[in-house]
Ligand binder design. Structure first.
Ligand code: AHR
Length: 350
């Protein structure tokens, strides 16, 4: 809360004391009065994927009035100009905090400077920005390049375990161009393809949506009849890619020797893990969207005068129903692969 809200709170307290002294009952209604709520403006990317919906729900749940917040939610519909406008609106509404999930990595300096000049702390969530870090208070998100490295390490280990000696004719269906999620996952893909000699047939954006994922895969399959691995940069794209492959009369699956097309995916949403358990997706690398409680606790820490880590990466897992590869090693560190079961899927929170 800023000075204005604090002053209102003090006046409210004084009024209650005076009323109590006069014999009138003190206000004890459920919930808290509006003036005591912490106002938070949240600029969300859009509603492009199942992951995004889970992220939005998680934030809305954590920033409820019962928890002491007044959340102003703004859906940018995947357009950065909408986010920049939302941030200006939050500033003119004099919110207490601003949370941004930045669609793209660049183009944030001016907007962050405006929030900083207005004295409003900004927390970045999920994706990153390339702006000067003095312009925001803290950032919490995924290490997207690590996610990509884990996915590529899995593929390499899987093919080695299969003793596969043929060509790896691979396609990368990228996420939104310019998003840090895409930049990190695509970089890991490019590096691995170079290192392992994979033959990259195409690298195009599926914009993190099922429809676009399907559309680009259909067009790629018309140009290339030898695709045997698709690196999908999120679950919704993987669903679209699966549909495109099946409508082209080809088979998705893990037996590359028999002409099946291997799918790799990211997010590990319930729907994505369902396709992982049934073998449609060979390996699904987690990108956890449940930021609500973490963000609410960060805001509460600031509210109490505490400080936050500048950058926090969350821990993420990797899942496969195939038991051949039980761990992957990236940059000298070993990460376990969880062998997916129905029980694990049933307990999945998103
Ligand atoms: O920024 C996180 C990515 O964005 C998720 O992988 C994807 O599903 C979402 O749309």
């Amino acid at each position: 809360m800023k000075t204005r809200a604090l002053a209102a709170g003090l006046w409210g307290l004084l009024a209650i004391i005076l009323l109590s002294a006069c014999g009138a009952p003190a206000e004890t209604g459920e919930g808290v009065s509006d003036d005591s709520l912490i106002t938070v403006g949240f600029s969300q990317v859009g509603a492009e994927s199942d992951w995004r919906t889970s992220c939005t729900n998680s934030v809305m749940e954590a920033f409820s009035e019962e928890n002491g917040f007044n959340l102003i939610f703004s859906d940018a519909q995947q357009k950065q100009e909408n986010q920049i406008k939302a941030v200006r609106d939050f500033i003119s509404q004099d919110v207490d905090y601003i949370i941004i999930d930045p669609i793209t990595e660049s183009g944030w300096d001016q907007s962050l400077k405006e929030a900083s000049d207005a004295g409003i702390p900004v927390i970045l969530v999920d994706r990153a920005v390339d702006a000067d870090e003095s312009l925001y208070t803290a950032a919490i998100g995924s290490d997207f390049e690590l996610e990509g490295k884990k996915a590529c390490a899995y593929l390499k280990a899987y093919l080695d375990k299969m003793s596969y000696k043929g060509e790896v004719n691979i396609v990368d269906i990228q996420g939104t161009i310019g998003a840090s999620a895409t930049i990190g996952r695509s970089k890991a893909f490019d590096d691995a393809a170079k290192k392992y000699g994979w033959n990259v047939l195409a690298q195009e954006t599926g914009e993190f949506t099922q429809a676009k994922g399907q559309e680009v895969m259909e067009s790629i399959l018309k140009r290339h009849d030898n695709v045997n691995v698709v690196y999908c940069e999120n679950d919704n794209e993987a669903f679209g890619v699966r549909d495109a492959i099946e409508s082209a009369g080809k088979k998705v699956g893990n037996n590359i020797e028999k002409g099946e097309i291997i799918l790799l995916s990211f997010d590990t949403t319930r729907a994505g893990l369902t396709e992982t358990l049934n073998g449609t997706i060979l390996v699904n690398t987690e990108c956890n969207p449940l930021y609500g409680e973490r963000l609410a606790s960060m805001v509460k820490t600031l509210e109490e005068g505490g400080t936050l880590e500048k950058h926090t990466y969350i821990d993420e897992d990797q899942y496969s129903a195939n038991e051949l590869v039980k761990s992957v090693t990236v940059d000298g560190k070993t990460y376990p692969v969880t062998i997916l079961t129905q029980e694990i899927l049933d307990e999945r929170p998103y």
